[in-house]
Design a binder for this molecule. Sequence first.
Ligand code: SF4
Ligand code: SF4
Length: 109
Amino acid sequence: MDNIKCRQCGACCRGLILEVEVEDAIREPLIAEKARPFKEDDGEIYGYCLNNREGQNGFGCFFLVGDKCSIHATRPDLCRYFQPDSQQCKDARKLDKYCKTKQQEVAVG
Ligand code: SF4
Ligand code: SF4
């Protein structure tokens, strides 16, 4: 989310399904420590879910603190490549009860 258009509101981190790869957890070990692993039948881990049922919106990322990412420098690829002002961004902002950009334009569609 380094794009200049990102409003740094955190709505995507609170409202989207956040499934990341094992490689992301190798780069940032806190992912394996805190997030929920996805496992094959043989127990092998093939990814992690960052959504925290105890988090903001009852869904927000384990690593969201206020509106900020606490692992920004080592955040997963999913987050690095997320496009501000994409339809997913607009939908997340529209649906997010904490989003501070709500009074600004959130033209969905
Ligand atoms: S929802 Fe969009 S504007 Fe808000 S932090 Fe995510 S990418 Fe940035
Ligand atoms: S890791 Fe950081 S950027 Fe990615 S969803 Fe969580 S709080 Fe947002």
